[in-house]
Design a protein around this ligand. Sequence first.
Ligand SMILES: NC(=O)c1ccc[n+]([C@@H]2O[C@H](COP(=O)([O-])OP(=O)(O)OC[C@H]3O[C@@H](n4cnc5c(N)ncnc54)[C@H](O)[C@@H]3O)[C@@H](O)[C@H]2O)c1
Length: 244
Amino acid sequence: MSISVLVNGAFGKMGQLTVKTISEHPNLTLAGEIGRSHDLREAIIDSKAQVVIDFTHPDAVFNNTMTIIETGARPVIGTSGLVRHQIQQLQQQCTELKRGGIIVPNFSLGAVLMMKYAQQIVKYLPHVEIIEMHHDEKADSPSGTAIRTAELLEQAHKQVNQPDKPNRETVKGARGALHHQIPIHAVRLPGFLAHQQIIFGGRGETLVLRHDSINRECFMPGVCLACEKVMTLDRLVCGLEEIL
Ligand SMILES: NC(=O)c1ccc[n+]([C@@H]2O[C@H](COP(=O)([O-])OP(=O)(O)OC[C@H]3O[C@@H](n4cnc5c(N)ncnc54)[C@H](O)[C@@H]3O)[C@@H](O)[C@H]2O)c1
């Protein structure tokens, strides 16, 4: 049976492509397209959507996700900007209601593989920094992918970037933002879409893992997979790797 999917943020860059992709997918049915001027709760009830995919704005994503969960649909969250305590609160709500959901910092398979292999490499080369580059309309920094990468690297190797070398910043921020002991440098420029480098340094060598999203098509197989797999979940998970 086809899964009915409501797209929130449907008139934005990711939303428009998601609407087109879902409309053409054999196992998914588009339940509706909504944006800033619609009432999310009403739209879920009226459309009877089973899944709601959110590509909106970091300022709105927490409330949207809570609304989706409370209204009885399953959230597939692509919007960036959720912080740890918010994710924990949403996970608790899903667990209590036995509701499946997924938060995906990056829907592209290449980016997920980059994170997976980075977790192997950091065990051998535990000195590491992240540079992420995005288009200049991106509302938040650093990217959800960079935050997730830092968390996964620290999970894979607790001694990452130890010993912590004292460093005087002549210009504040020069060493990036520290997240889980890992400096993250965020570049925002026209011309970029979504890119990330993970740079490992060892004695006399460096190793760079680099991922480039050339266009937004790279996110679509992951979006469809998440809409299908979320139907089998009974809790809120984080990361495409959880369902691959
Ligand atoms: N997870 C991923 O793989 C991935 C990939 C690309 C982008 N993103 C993220 O997705 C989000 C959207 O990106 P985009 O490039 O499509 O942005 P965009 O600005 O082109 O589109 C966002 C749309 O959401 C609408 N919107 C804003 N607030 C809203 C609200 N409260 N309710 C409903 N609609 C609202 C806007 O009017 C706009 O149409 C960003 O957070 C971005 O970082 C995630």
